[in-house]
Design a protein around this ligand. Structure first.
Ligand code: KIV
Length: 296
């Protein structure tokens, strides 16, 4: 059997739209589910070309594309704009949008109203919200009851990283692992169609997996989950610094972008760009006529 991947066009051209039942069938067939973040039309197109199953408009976009120091500041309007742009490039993958911090915590009504905006105004197929505590579980149940599919998220939940003691692995004590386990099960009970496990010891994930009947998507949670997610900019090397332990870089696009823009700047300054082939021509007779009228 050839190990060469099919060209992107062959992988996606005839692909039906990814649905929640399809994700369940992948899980039951033990076919790993691929999820990646995207925040705009080009990143969505790259995810589609790769045949990714789930595209997440993560609130990580607050940092990767909007330049905030954390995910906390991003607004509903900003996330709606990123989601709508991503929708326009996502033709078959399931499109999930993160509910930003402050947009669902106040009440079930607030959570439902925000979730509905992501579906109606930005074209999301589902939303994700963070946390496995009683508030998050209740909000997830309310949003599911309103007809919007919800993905949960436990372990390291960046919106509440300060309360968790910073951006670090969770579930490394029996108490912490127990509370994450209870949260994941409660989110499943609340009707979430899937849950993200972020930054958990592999062994904790393996203990939990047999107790979950919805697809678990891991990020820094080991190989035993039903699928994996990475942040687009992390996997493509479009950010400064090393990134988290679980990040694997598949490209170094920041270096390529820096070099490309530097070469352009050098060409403009040296007069090398634009060259003859970058210009437009005009019929000499038209030019003469123009000069006669304009310069008379
Ligand atoms: O915002 C995000 O990118 C996420 C993923 C890391 C799961 O929530």
């Amino acid at each position: 059997m050839s190990t060469k991947p099919a060209p992107a066009s062959a992988q996606t051209s005839a692909r039906p739209v990814v649905t929640i039942p399809h994700l369940l069938s992948l899980m039951h067939s033990r076919v790993p589910i691929v999820m990646v973040t995207a925040y705009d039309h080009p990143s969505a197109r790259a995810a589609e070309a790769a045949g990714v199953d789930i595209v997440l408009v993560g609130d990580s976009g607050a940092m990767t594309v909007l330049g905030y120091p954390s995910t906390v500041a991003v607004s509903i309007e900003e996330m709606l704009m990123l989601t709508a742009a991503t929708r326009r490039g996502t033709t078959t993958a399931l499109l999930v949008a993160d509910l930003p911090f402050g947009s669902y915590e106040v009440s079930d009504q607030q959570a439902v109203a925000t979730a509905v905006r992501f579906v109606k105004e930005a074209g999301a197929d589902a939303v994700k919200l963070e946390g496995g505590g009683s508030m998050s579980v209740q909000r997830a149940a309310a949003v599911v009851a309103a007809g919007v599919p919800v993905m949960g998220h436990v372990g390291l939940t960046p919106q509440t990283a300060t309360a968790l003691g910073g951006y670090k692995a969770q579930g490394r004590s029996a108490d912490s692992a127990g509370s994450i386990a209870r949260g994941a099960l409660a989110l499943q009970e609340a009707g979430c169609f899937s849950v993200v496990f972020e930054a958990l010891p592999n062994a904790v994930t393996s203990v939990l997996m047999p107790h979950l009947s919805i697809p678990v998507i891991g990020i820094g949670a080991g190989p035993d989950t039903d699928g994996q997610v990475l942040v687009f900019h992390d996997l493509l090397g479009i950010r400064a610094g090393q990134g988290a332990r679980f990040v694997k870089r598949y490209a170094d696009l920041q270096d390529a972008m820096d070099a490309g823009v530097a070469a352009y700047a050098a060409d403009v300054r040296s007069g090398t760009y634009p060259a003859a082939e970058h210009g437009y021509s005009i019929d000499p007779a038209e030019l003469s006529r123009f000069m006669e009228t304009f310069l008379e």
